[in-house]
Ligand binder design. Structure first.
Ligand SMILES: Cc1ncc(COP(=O)(O)O)c(C=O)c1O
Length: 376
């Protein structure tokens, strides 16, 4: 650190220089986040100094957080769900499994997740000293129920289903998983970090949320398809009691007990989420999802015209394209300033997320480059 102060203008100049090095969302196909909605940015700025770790000092933003939890609960079929606004999908998944483990009170426990689960579950295994058992996928890349059944035993503390997998945007058979969870009296956690703000606004009757008896907790991230600011994650439990399995005594704060993983935590993202949900309403989110699905169909039909097929017909705005030597193709596309990623073995493919920041024009430019790269 410097000894003398640096004038404000000089500091800002450095910041601007650094910001210019960041890439632009316009060419991002790899991220599940997007530019936040302008009203979310305004709300975030208004509540920048608030700390939800000590909610008695900030009752206004603490109320906003609970209003967001209520709105999310209504969206997911349980208006009195309990929960809080976390830093994102990883924290929500950690906390859901921690609550399940504490409730089960088993030593040397395990969790059963689909092979398509996000890597946050590997962190969870390490942090919570749980064995992570990975169930096979069926031909549509959903959790295979027979494989899940074969992995569950008396030490299983939670089952996990994904509603919107990170690589394929696929939805696991949540009703089938719930049946196993109810039979074996196990906590079923649904990771809808991405799909939580997509599925309720898609055509069709998806059965994956608290409307399915047996679903105990859900992760839903406002900082992905919810267009809130980073870091905004959502964690919801069907039963208030689950939150109490996460609580510790706080000794010196305004509330005697705390259930969140982090202590000091910004209220800004909760306020931003409240603002964007109120402002857009269901109609606004439907419109966004419709736009993202149009982009998705545009990409897939354009890819087919150049002889490239998706691994599965996209369920939501996530596409995995089958190309020869995907690592080389990705590298060439990155050289042309397209930010794309890849799915894991054994289903290596180009992974593309069609977020609200993408345009039909940029998809056309991307497809031209893809065709060119494939011809070489
Ligand atoms: C299904 C799913 N769960 C969890 C996460 C982790 O979320 P975060 O990066 O906000 O911690 C992701 C991230 O993409 C995800 O796709």
């Amino acid at each position: 650190m410097r000894d003398e102060a640096l004038p404000e203008d000089e500091v800002i100049r450095i910041l601007m220089e650094m910001k210019e090095r960041d890439f632009s969302y316009d060419r991002f196909f790899s991220t599940m986040c997007t530019r936040p909605h302008p009203i979310a940015v305004r709300a975030h700025d208004m509540f920048l100094e608030t700390n939800l770790g000590d909610p008695g000092l900030f009752p206004g933003v603490a109320d906003l957080e609970q209003r967001v939890v209520r709105m999310l609960g209504e969206l997911l079929g349980c208006s009195n769900a309990a929960g809080y606004i976390s830093t994102g999908g990883t924290e929500s998944n950690i906390q859901a499994i921690r609550a399940a483990r504490n409730e089960a009170g088993k030593k040397d426990g395990n969790i059963v997740v689909p092979a398509s689960a996000h890597f946050s579950f590997d962190k969870i295994g390490d942090l919570l000293c749980l064995e992570v058992r990975k169930a096979e996928l069926d031909e549509c890349l959903r959790a295979d129920l027979a494989s899940v059944r074969s992995l569950v035993d008396e030490r299983t503390v939670a089952l996990v289903g994904i509603a919107g997998t990170t690589e394929f945007g696929q939805v696991d058979p949540i009703e089938g998983l719930a049946k196993i969870a109810l039979e074996r009296k196990i906590h079923l956690h649904v990771d809808a970090a991405f799909g939580g703000f997509v599925l309720p606004f898609l055509e069709g009757d998806w059965r994956w949320d608290f409307r399915v008896p047996g679903v105990s907790s859900i992760t839903i991230d406002p900082h992905k398809m919810g267009m809130s600011t980073i870091p905004a994650g959502g964690l919801l439990f069907r039963e208030q009691e689950c939150l109490s399995h996460l609580e510790t005594e706080t000794h010196y704060l305004t509330k005697a007990r705390q259930a969140s993983l982090t202590g000091t935590r910004s209220g800004a993202a909760a306020a931003a989420t409240y603002a964007v949900m109120m402002h857009l309403g269901r109609e606004g989110f439907k419109e966004t999802v419709r736009y993202c699905m149009n982009l998705t169909h545009h990409l897939v039909s354009g890819a087919r015209k150049i002889g490239v097929e998706p691994l599965i017909e996209p369920t939501m705005n996530v596409v995995a394209l089958q190309v020869p030597s995907p690592a080389r193709v990705r590298e060439e596309l990155m050289k042309r300033d397209w930010h794309v990623s890849m799915t894991r073995e054994p289903k290596r493919a180009l992974r593309l997320i069609l977020m609200g920041h993408m345009t039909h024009e940029n998809i056309d430019l991307f497809l031209k480059d893809l065709e060119d790269v494939l011809r070489r």
